[in-house]
Design a protein around this ligand. Structure first.
Ligand code: ZN
Ligand code: ZN
Length: 560
């Protein structure tokens, strides 16, 4: 089908390689580029005030006239969330996405008043697209935790790349067809490299089917005489489908608590993935009009997020939902490791209010991951049998263990490539050779600002949050260079002033010493300025304060 075979195929694992989130890769051939996904990630706890991190697209920006398309594997924000910022920078290249992802993206674009500029086209399980002069993209239906999730097979005149996307092999999916095994099998012998997600690479066995979760939840809720409150991720649309079916079977009305849940269910109903009469849903303020055994409450906040519904319920701060004896709280979710202690404190409060609590356990599965375990991964591998693989979508440890899986399944060490963010690879015959890296340091998004929050601002925020601030105010006669009166000190979050008189006395003495030296120096040398005095105070004070307190507050000097 292709005639132009002169060029080398280039693949760049730009972002989302070394962690979960912020997915963005691209393939370049000749004067054309196709991108796959454009997601964001959430900052680590040390990044104060940062809302999102997005992929660094400087290389793509420089080559924006080459970009022919952005292909989207599925609608989760770690694969689509950066579009808002990236599209204007890249001149709005066309987007191809499955129906559900398309609806979610359009909703966001409407929110940002960008919908009129965005060119977005829907794809389905039959889609095969010619893109530019050099690319052909095949979308292959898979199962994940959101409808219309795809693996993507991208062909070029000189080599083909497979993107697994997020997937699991669900033999009994909730409300969608199974993975398209035939189509995957047809790729055997044609994949030069497969980028394979690694999220659950260390989990043995198979990921539980959504049907099993649905059945367990139905049994559990059927037995309850009181209200049932279920905490679930609003991004796991397949679970929301299951829960709404459970409500129908158990004859309970649904109360939605949390904006992201409202939005998710709204789109799922519009796309007719979830079918439910309006009368199935009741408003939070009306819950007291119904008997306890007629209610199923769905909440956000399974991770103990401060302002999410379940946490507000646990704090007894929720306007309409007050826990009472007989309520059952079901956590139909996993616990993200860094949230475990927060979730623990929240469930402590819930139990303290008299409710019963059920969490997901091996004996009773009420949550299933959307990412395949080792057996799912092996099934995928057996189906496609790629020449080489690159484990992606996870820290090096996850990807290292995923590499062990592929070795166990018979791949050769040299055919399993551990790549990095920004790494460019070129296909030379049958071998992938490393090229020069492109810029890949993530861009920080702080509120409405893009990339205007650098490392220095972050360092300040971190320092402030850990050690507070210490300000010295000096009254000075600028002409005579004499300090008038005694220095004044202001502390915010550093020390309690009244209890620190000894330290303050030492600081005061140090300041007078520094002043004395500076005064002498400035008499001999006219280059010595007031700024040098300020700098010296800040430097020497931080040394003294660290020595005495082992703390590093932000130190400021104000001269008036
Ligand atoms: Zn996903
Ligand atoms: Zn993902």
């Amino acid at each position: 089908m292709f005639t132009n075979r002169k060029e080398l195929l280039k693949l760049c694992t730009l972002s989302g390689t070394t962690e979960i989130g912020r997915n963005c890769n691209f393939v370049e051939y000749g004067d054309e580029i196709v991108m796959i996904d454009a997601g964001y990630s959430f900052p680590g706890q040390e990044m104060y005030g940062i809302d999102y991190l997005i992929p660094n697209v400087s290389y793509l920006k420089k080559n924006k006239e080459k970009i022919k398309a952005i292909l989207i594997t599925h609608g989760h924000l770690d694969h689509t969330g950066a579009l808002k910022w990236i599209l204007p920078e890249l001149g709005y290249p066309p987007i191809y996405a499955g129906g559900f992802a398309k609806a979610l993206i359009e909703e966001k674009m409407k929110e940002y008043h960008m919908l009129d500029k965005v060119k977005i086209f829907g794809v389905d399980r039959k889609s095969q697209l010619r893109i530019g002069k050099n690319f052909q993209a095949t979308f292959i239906g898979i199962n994940h935790s959101i409808p219309d999730a795809f693996s993507i097979f991208l062909e070029t005149p000189n080599g083909n790349v497979f993107f697994s996307g997020d997937y699991k092999i669900d033999l009994t999916p909730a409300n969608e067809p199974q993975t398209d095994y035939d189509k995957l099998r047809q790729l055997r012998g044609r994949i030069d490299v497969a980028l394979m997600e690694s999220t659950n690479a260390s989990n043995p066995g198979k990921a539980p089917s959504e049907k099993e979760i649905f059945e367990n939840l139905t049994e559990l809720i059927k037995r309850q005489k009181g209200r049932v409150v279920v905490a679930a991720f609003s991004s796991l649309i397949t679970r929301l489908y299951s829960l709404i079916e459970v409500a129908k079977i158990t004859r309970r009305k649904i109360v939605l608590s949390g904006r992201s849940l409202d939005q998710a269910i709204d789109i799922a109903r519009k796309k007719r993935y979830i079918t439910a009469e309006d009368s199935l849903f009741i408003k939070e303020k009306d819950i007291n009009k119904y008997a306890d055994n007629e209610l199923l409450l769905l909440c956000t906040g399974s991770q103990g997020e401060r302002f999410a519904a379940l946490n507000r319920i646990s704090l007894n701060e929720h306007k309409f939902i007050k826990i009472h004896k007989g309520d059952l709280i079901i956590m139909s979710s996993s616990e993200i490791p860094e949230n475990i202690s927060t979730i623990g404190r929240m469930t402590d409060r819930i139990i303290g209010l008299g409710a019963d609590l059920i969490k997901d356990t091996i004996d009773l599965k009420i949550h299933s991951t959307g990412h395949g375990n080792q057996e799912d991964m092996k099934m995928m591998y057996d189906l496609i049998q790629p020449r080489t693989v690159m484990p992606i979508h996870g820290p090096l440890t996850f990807r290292y263990f995923n590499k062990q899986n592929f070795l166990k399944w018979g791949m050769r060490d040299e055919d399993i490539l551990l790549t990095d963010d920004g790494q460019v690879w070129m296909l030379d015959g049958h071998t992938w050779v490393k090229g020069k890296k492109v810029e890949s340091k993530p861009i920080l998004i702080d509120g409405l600002g893009v990339g205007d929050t650098g490392d220095i601002v972050l360092k300040d925020r971190k320092q402030l949050s850990e050690f507070g601030m210490f300000v010295t105010v000096l009254n000075m006669n600028i002409k005579t260079k004499k300090i008038i009166g005694r220095p004044r000190f202001i502390s915010r979050g550093f020390v309690y002033m009244k209890g620190s008189q000894e330290l303050l006395k030492e600081i005061e003495n140090l300041i007078f010493d520094i002043h004395h030296d500076w005064e002498k120096q400035s008499q001999d040398n006219t280059n010595i300025k007031l700024d040098n005095f300020k700098e010296a105070i800040e430097k020497e004070l931080s040394k003294l304060i660290y020595k005495k307190t082992e703390r590093e507050p932000i130190i400021l000097t104000v001269i008036i």
